[in-house]
Ligand binder design. Structure first.
Ligand SMILES: [Zn+2]
Length: 174
């Protein structure tokens, strides 16, 4: 016998303790999730660790850098409440995967050069992002975003360019 009953009991208790600790860590992670964002066009990425409702100036700078208009290479004062939306989705989904960013800030010039964009797009005001997430699936991503009631949510299920639009404007869905 490799273990005496006593040491077996001790290690069993230790295992239980470890399980309790990891559950505790998991719920902490959900309360203050790490929010990762990676621009799918430039490969720039940032991570806000243990998001608690506010960003340090360094984190805000990194977030805005990632969400720049990559076509015009223009950084803008993106609305930081967008990070709260990403964190809200992560909390509800129970995942901390990195979001793929398809479009963040768009200069009026970039916006007008693209087909299918609204002339008054909130991307030009720095309050909108088009995102993708491997888990949850994008339809769930949309539903989770809608459940936050934090702004607008648009669903674009194109076969090769599926994404969810989120913004901090009026609560509305399409
Ligand atoms: Zn959009």
């Amino acid at each position: 016998m490799l273990f005496s009953r006593r040491s077996f009991l001790t290690s069993g208790t230790a295992a239980l303790g470890a399980a309790a600790a990891s559950t505790c860590l998991a719920s902490l992670a959900l309360t203050h999730p790490t929010v990762g964002l990676s621009c799918l066009h430039t490969g720039r990425s940032c991570a806000i660790h243990n998001y608690n409702g506010s960003l340090s100036s360094r984190e805000a700078k990194a977030f805005r850098s990632v969400a720049r208009d990559w076509r015009a290479n223009k950084v803008y004062g993106m609305d930081l409440r967008l990070v709260a939306i990403l964190a809200g989705i992560a909390r509800k989904a129970g995942t901390e995967d990195t979001y793929g960013l398809i479009s963040g800030y768009r200069t009026p010039r970039t916006n007008h050069s693209l087909t299918g964009t609204a002339s008054g797009s909130l991307h030009m005001k720095g309050v909108a992002m088009d995102i993708r997430h491997p888990r949850p699936l994008d339809r769930q991503l949309r539903d989770l975003a809608i459940s936050l009631r934090a702004g607008g949510v648009g669903y674009y299920p194109q076969k090769h360019n599926l994404f969810v639009h989120v913004d901090t404007g009026r609560v509305r869905y399409w």
